[in-house]
Design a binder for this molecule. Sequence first.
Ligand code: HGY
Ligand code: MN
Ligand code: MN
Length: 429
Amino acid sequence: MKRRAFVQTVIALSAFPRQGNWKSWRVNGARVNKHLADLSQYGANPQGGVSRVAFGDADVAGRRFMMDLMREAGLTVSVDPVGNTFGVRPGSRSAALPILFGSHIDSVPEGGNYDGDVGSCSAVEVAHILAERGYRNRHPLHVAIWCDEESGLTGSRGFIGDLPRDEVDRPGRDGVVLAEKIRRIGGDPARIAEARHGPGSIAAYVELHIEQGGMLDERGINIGIVEGIVGIHHYDVTLRGFANHAGTTPMDRRQNAMLAAAELVLIVDRVVRSVEGRQVGTVGRLLVKPGAPNVIPGQVDLTVELRDLSTEKIERLWTQIHEEALASAKKYGVTLDYTLQHTNLPALSTPAVRAVITDAVQGLGLSSQVMPSGAGHDAQDLARIGPMGMIFVPSVKGISHSPLELTRPDDVTNGANVLLQTILRLDQQ
Ligand code: HGY
Ligand code: MN
Ligand code: MN
């Protein structure tokens, strides 16, 4: 055998054993749990959780921290025009579509240390293992940390071209225009159209996330394999009455916006419970104006959020709620206006990706069950451009969006191992 051919064969064989036993590879559980603990310092609040709201100082610092972890894992870091952070590991097959995996690190105000963070830190850990093993991946591997997941999947909607210009130019509740906030995390609002990825542009997207409900924890099951993610409709409602003196205005001469608001909260609860199914409805924020003890409320601004796997059912529920709320407001001499602030389409996961996750779970000897997601996720946007799969790990007592949110270190490690073995299987296909 010629010398050159011999040397090439030796090189190829020397890589083979490392590639060959990839089904036995595992993450470094101590390292991923430490990164999770380190990340929780960014925006840590006195209650023991995080307030790392998107685009705030803690989010900016937390994203920088994650970029450092990506570089330590051998990834090439970039930020797209929407502000999403990516760490890329090039593939050997330049024509192969990229496999994306990741999550988010922004939190709700007074949130927990695991929502989004488990999937983000685990995705970086997977890349770190591949680098340490000298794995020769075929597909380009893109670790994604989406921006502003909590206020409507902003970053992943931008990635699929579903972030309208008027939304980018609109001031948020804090009065700051979204475009300005995107610049804070390294995005370039003028070039958002360039961030768009169309259908068929990715090989697959996989997201590891905490369940945020109690099913896995109550049943002692290691892994949830997500069958579908609910759609979410978020309505901003304004009730206008007439602000007046609380002492001199007789009870039968008032236009009290608060009475209409109080009835609307109860209407949402009753109508949503009135039909069979797993739909949910919540009034999560209510602002009274002028908000003084001695003034009859002239205006109430509130949010109504409806979720279900069926968009048709959400729309049917809202039609009934709106009709009843209008009648109630009229009774008090109050007007009702609303805007559909944003919608997230429901998404089913891809059976072929679910099968790969199932095979990875079985290879790891873990227990699992197929289940829906009552929480929204960036994965439901990625499902609109390619095959999608989601992996859940247990949330202790089903608590989430709270400083009491907890996922045990062993469960984090299990989830990261399922993610590692899933990505390896997808890359080998
Ligand atoms: O609200 C949700 O469902 C998710 O946690 N953003
Ligand atoms: Mn989340
Ligand atoms: Mn959340």
